[in-house]
Ligand binder design. Sequence first.
Ligand SMILES: [Zn+2]
Length: 263
Amino acid sequence: MMKTFARTILGAIFLLGTVACGTSYELPEPESVHRQQAAQMFAKGRASPPVRELSNAAAERRFHRVAARVKPVAEKYCEQLTTHRVDVFCEGDLDIERELEVNNAFLVQLQHPVTKETFSFVRLTLPLLKSTANDDEVAFIISHEYGHLIGRHTRKKENQAFIGAMMAVPFGAVDLGAHAGSLAFTKEFELEADALGVRIAQAAGYDPIKGAQNLARPIPGVDLEEGPSFIETHPLDVDRLATILAAAEQIKAGIVPEKKNLF
Ligand SMILES: [Zn+2]
C-alpha cells in the first residue's frame, strides 16, 4: 500500500512539472561574480567522485539528526513569512520514504475539501539519503522542499486539478510511464525553493552552499521503473547555484524576501 501511495505521489509530481506560473517572492538576482563562482562550483561538483553509499542505519541517523534541526526552523520561518495569509499551513509531516527504490525527495500537499486545511508531506527516499555525502546536503534538500511549501507551488491556481486528482484517488495507482514525457522542470519554482531553502538551512546551522554544490555530482540510483531521480527532477545547474549564492549574500546584507503582487 505504501508503495502505491509513493508511486501516486511521484506520478503527481510529474503533473506539477507541467505547470508554469509566477513565484510568490522576488527571486534574488545573481550578479556576474555569482555566475562565475557558480560555474566553478558546478564544475567542482560534477568532478566530485561518487560517495560511498551509507548503510540504511547511517542514512536513518543522518536524516533524523538533520530533520530535528531543520523542521522547526522551516516551520517557524514559514509562519513568519506568511502571517498575512490564513490559507498557508506551515506544519509538515517530514519523514523518510522507505519503500520507493528511487533516489528522490518531494513535497505533496492535500487539501481538506470542507475546511480547506492543507496537509503537507515532505519525503526523502532512503536511496537518496544513502547517497548523500554530508549533513549539509540533507539539510539543503529538506529546506528546498519547505521552500516549495512556503512558495505555495502546489497550490497555485493552475494546480487545483492536481489537488483534486490527489483527493479523488489518494491511494490509487498512477502510471508513471504515462507522465514521464510530460516531465518538465519548472525552473522558476526551483529557483524560489532554492532561495528560500538557503535561508532555512543556514538558520538551522548548516552550510547551504556546501550542501547544494555537492548535489551537482552525478548521483547513481536511477530506476526508470520507479521514477526519476532527484537530480532529474531538480537538475542543478549554474543558474541555480548562482541564485543560491545571491540568496546567501542577501542574508548577509539583511535583505528579506520581497513579496510579489500575486502572493
Ligand atoms: Zn524542487
